[in-house]
Design a protein around this ligand. Structure first.
Ligand SMILES: [Zn+2]
Ligand SMILES: [Zn+2]
Length: 444
């Protein structure tokens, strides 16, 4: 007759006596030999003297907590592979997953019935290997269907590929907002519409490659460096099968094609216009809306050196306007309080105010702090206070600030956003305002 195997030894490290009594009673009834440790130090002592086959470890214990005990065990050669069942009242899922990577550790979330512990021990000693995983409270029902929502990226959305004005910046100080110059996308889920070709256009182009050749619509607000410099790095222009339609204003000076492709002149760039294998169309804008599928794009002139426009997208009753460069109320250094549409200094700006009227999403710059603005009048960018006044006048539902000044690093932009909210409160404007950052997406 075969001799039965010796009983398995379980060390219960548990400082609450009512729990340890209940557990050891149940385990002993099922043939286990049990010893109890009431704190972390005692636990380590008993591991040496009692030599358990398995440790049931409470995470919160006096003298040395369970995590320290576990770290200690994993650091010793003799105990690094000791099976451990961790008991915890809190769902420290993340920390525990981390611990599980260090050796065989199973987890029971308190409170649990002794039966659940017995089931784990049975699994460990009588079935192949140990079951590792987190067992939740036994009284919670196991859902039959897992609720696993994922983002529907086929919904209309906007994406910010470049949110910097003037010149790209890089480095740790800019890590949060990013340093690519202007590039904004309106994506219907089907149609890809890009506004401006700053250095952010490079990442936008890479994102389009995965879906294979398609038709991309590229609107240019104006041809300052920060709005066109990404064009030679826009990968789809080199790939046969892609079609890119570029829309620009007639008054840009030279035509839009020579302005964009002039950057690829031999003196500046190693690849020339004739090396672009995509089909590229250049279209002059006029007063009639551009229709792309169900989207309608219109434009209006802004206050900025040279011929500069801004764009408005209308899609299924929702509107978004993209206004990266606009010196609203040029030269005005006073308070935004009391500025209305019929105020003398606002009247000349009525076309842009009317154009942006009641827009759902306003993507508009506010590059200069009111205190810096007097030295930068006429440079083509808004004083923050005047941008706030405009947002209030047009009753925008949401304002996303773009075209961040290259001198404004992340802490400066945080301070600026708080100042923006302070000014909006002062003028009693309840618009929701956030700062754009490179890679940010907003779903309609
Ligand atoms: Zn600009
Ligand atoms: Zn500009």
């Amino acid at each position: 007759m075969a001799t039965p195997p010796p009983p398995k030894k379980i060390l219960l490290a548990e400082d609450v006596r009512a729990i340890s009594l209940k557990m050891s009673h149940a385990l002993e009834q099922h043939g286990y030999t049990v010893s109890v440790a009431e704190d972390g130090e005692e636990c380590l002592e008993k591991i040496e003297s009692f030599q358990p086959d398995l440790l049931v470890l409470d995470l919160i214990m006096p003298k040395m907590n369970g995590l320290e005990v576990l770290r200690h065990l994993r650091a010793q050669q003799a105990t690094q592979h000791m099976p451990v069942i961790v008991c915890t009242a809190k769902d420290y899922s993340t920390e525990l997953k981390h611990i599980q990577a260090t050796g065989p550790v199973d987890v029971l979330i308190k409170p649990f019935d002794p039966e659940l512990l017995l089931e784990k021990l049975n699994q460990y000693f009588h079935k192949a290997g140990s079951a590792t995983g987190i067992t939740h409270r036994s009284h919670l029902p196991t859902p039959a269907v897992q609720y696993a929502p994922t983002l529907d990226t086929s919904r209309p959305h906007v994406k910010f590929w470049g949110t910097r004005g003037s010149i790209p910046v890089c480095g740790a100080r800019y890590a949060q907002h990013g340093g690519n110059t202007t590039c904004f996308e309106y994506n219907t889920g089907k149609e890809r519409i890009i506004f401006d070709a700053g250095s952010g256009l490079r990442d936008a182009g890479l994102s389009f490659l995965a879906g294979g050749p398609c038709h991309i619509h590229l609107f240019i607000t104006h041809t300052h460096w920060d709005h066109i410099q990404g064009f030679p790095f826009f990968t789809p222009i080199y790939i046969p099968g892609f079609e890119i339609t570029v829309y620009g204003e007639r008054g840009f000076g030279k035509n839009i094609e020579s302005l964009l492709c002039g950057q690829m002149d031999r003196d500046y760039f190693p690849i020339q216009r004739e090396d672009l294998h995509a089909k590229i169309n250049f279209v002059f804008l006029d007063d009639s809306p551009v229709k792309i599928g169900e989207v309608s794009v219109t434009r209006e002139f802004t206050q900025h050196p040279g011929a500069t426009v801004c764009f408005k997208v209308e899609h299924k009753g929702w509107t978004a306007a993209f206004v990266p460069d606009n010196e609203f109320l040029q030269g005005h250094t006073g308070s935004p309080l009391g500025l209305t549409r019929d105020h003398d200094i606002v009247v000349p700006y009525q076309p842009i105010v009317n154009f942006l009227d009641d827009v759902d999403l306003l993507v508009h710059e506010a590059q200069y702090l009111p205190t810096d603005y007097p030295k930068r009048i006429g440079w083509g960018h808004s004083n923050l206070a005047m941008a706030c006044a405009l947002v209030q006048m047009v009753r925008a539902k949401k304002w996303i600030v773009v075209h961040h000044d290259p001198d404004h690093d992340d802490p400066a932009l945080h301070a600026k956003l708080n100042l923006t909210r302070q000014i909006l409160k002062e003028i009693n404007c309840g618009v929701e305002v956030v700062h754009a950052y490179d890679g940010m997406a907003e779903y309609a």
